[in-house]
Design a protein around this ligand. Structure first.
Ligand SMILES: Nc1nc2c(ncn2[C@@H]2O[C@H](COP(=O)(O)OP(=O)(O)OP(=O)(O)O)[C@@H](O)[C@H]2O)c(=O)[nH]1
Ligand SMILES: [Mg+2]
Length: 462
């Protein structure tokens, strides 16, 4: 049983110098500790910012700051919470925190404030996870999704499914309870149909994880091609900085380079590679080996082609390798600002089954022509399968995906047992398990060590 009858404290702002820094306390002694630090604080002025002078126990003045006493239950954690904003000097912050410990608080573990909010019923587990995701978000789209989840989007999607499942369970339970009300074939058919409908809704959610995972963890994009097609220029254009060396000499890039970027709101790990060609130069050979490795490791391979020159055997050989490579690939015809000798059709006819207009982008790394279009469509063309819009509810978290998959499996089993004519008890067993798994997503049914694992991924002070 998790007990939260002690008081925790932590610095909630990042370590290091800053304009202000915030120390947060939660638990029954919070206000007592604040009074010791700032004797003139008005303890009746709850939920209000107060200018206070902060002293150590010997009466030495430490800093002037703003204190807010959030009286329970109107606080983030549902307990008495105190937030002290003082000047953001690492020395002052750690001094005040140390005093909080001396006055009876203990150090908060990662995510412990949010865990208390969850335990006291202020938020459900998906909202608690959204707090962590919001803090970790690196792109605007990630932030938007986390805020939607924080507002309870996932719980709202699941609630009607849970209610419907519970109704079916109650119906079956009464059939078991009153033997004379044994279900006839028609009602079994109807129940199985209702359950199949729930499975359909859950599958839609589970399918969104393919894209959700990409949104959360990002994708590895390897830029490959023969020398001088403009790989490094394209890499720099996407990064919006002069990261890789660009020259007109073929074989300029010798080693793979990796940088983080954002394409269409999705975090990407962008890899520029050495141009692939036959060579006897030992260093260049090693670089090319790395280009092949990057292709194998990538989630999406971008083969660059110089549109101002005829396709040559090196382009075609690499294209065959891209087709055989397990990751999806896109073909980027670069140098669109020059007279074009390569058309989309020239590429499609190499393998019309594997290459379609959807795989092909025409750009100029030099003038940025076509780059906006590529940014808009590249990721969604390859990873946004099976769900229609970016506004749909998305599963981003492996824990949610695994629990939804388990729920679907239990529901499928339940439907099969009903149809096969087993007793209602057998089907009920699966349906109860399905309900339990759904409850675990929002935290209605959760075991303590799972909570420990989830909150360990938070930062301290949140
Ligand atoms: N006109 C034009 N020139 C380009 C474009 N992209 C790249 N170039 C030029 O093409 C030459 C080669 O560019 P890089 O980006 O170094 O090509 P790379 O594919 O990285 O070459 P390696 O590293 O040697 O494999 C340079 O002179 C670039 O300025 C483009 O879109 N238009
Ligand atoms: Mg290069």
């Amino acid at each position: 049983m998790l007990l939260f009858d002690d008081t925790i404290a932590a610095i909630s702002t990042p370590l290091g110098r800053g304009g202000i820094g915030v120390i947060r306390l939660s638990g029954p002694d919070s206000i007592k500790i604040l009074v010791k630090l700032a004797p003139k604080v008005n303890t009746q002025a709850t939920q209000k910012a107060q200018l206070v002078d902060i002293y150590d126990p010997k009466g030495n003045f430490l800093d002037q700051g703003i204190a807010i006493y959030f009286q329970k239950p109107k606080s983030y954690t549902g307990q008495d919470v105190v937030e002290i904003s003082c000047h953001g000097s690492p020395f002052i912050l750690s001094k005040i925190l140390e005093l909080c410990f001396q006055l009876g608080a203990r150090s908060a573990t990662p995510g412990e404030f949010t865990m208390r909010a969850f335990i006291s019923g202020r938020i459900d587990l998906t909202q608690a996870e959204a707090v962590r995701d919001l803090i970790d978000a690196q792109t605007e789209y990630q932030t938007r999704l986390a805020s939607r989840q924080l507002k309870g989007e996932l719980s709202r999607y699941l609630q009607p499914i849970k209610t419907a499942l519970l109704e079916i369970i109650v119906h079956l339970e009464s059939a078991v309870e009153f033997v004379e009300e044994n279900l006839n074939t028609d009602s079994i058919e109807t129940l199985a149909k209702h359950l199949a409908e729930l499975v359909k809704r859950l599958k839609r959610l589970a399918d969104s994880y393919q894209f959700g995972r990409v949104v959360r963890s990002g994708v590895k994009l390897a830029i490959v091609g023969r020398p001088n097609v403009g790989k490094s220029s394209f890499f720099n254009t996407l990064l919006q900085k002069d990261r890789a060396i660009v020259t007109e000499i073929p074989g300029t890039t010798r080693d793979s380079l990796m940088e983080q970027a954002s394409i269409g709101g999705i975090p990407v790990h962008l890899i520029d590679t050495a141009g692939i060609r036959q060579t006897s130069d030992i260093v260049e050979k090693m670089g090319i080996e790395r280009s092949y490795n990057a292709m194998v490791d990538a989630d999406l391979v971008l083969q660059l082609i110089d549109g101002s020159e005829e396709l040559d055997s090196e382009d075609i050989n690499l294209l065959i390798k891209c087709i055989d490579n397990p990751a999806p690939f896109a073909l980027i015809i670069n140098k669109a600002d020059l007279e074009q000798k390569v058309k989309s059709q020239d590429l499609i006819k190499q393998n019309p089954e594997k290459i379609t207009e959807k795989n092909i982008f025409i750009v100029s790394a030099k003038t940025c022509q076509g780059i906006d279009e590529l940014q808009k469509n590249l990721i969604s063309n390859f990873f946004q399968k099976d769900f229609s819009s970016q506004e749909d509810t998305l599963i981003l978290d492996a824990r949610h995906f695994s629990l939804i998959s388990d729920t679907i499996q239990e529901l499928d089993e339940g439907v099969s047992r009903l149809k096969e004519g087993y007793s209602e008890e057998v089907a009920l067993c699966h349906l109860h398990l399905a309900l339990k798994k759904l409850g675990e997503i929002t935290g209605e049914t959760t075991i303590e060590d799972i909570l420990g694992q989830i909150f360990a991924t938070f930062c301290i002070g949140k």
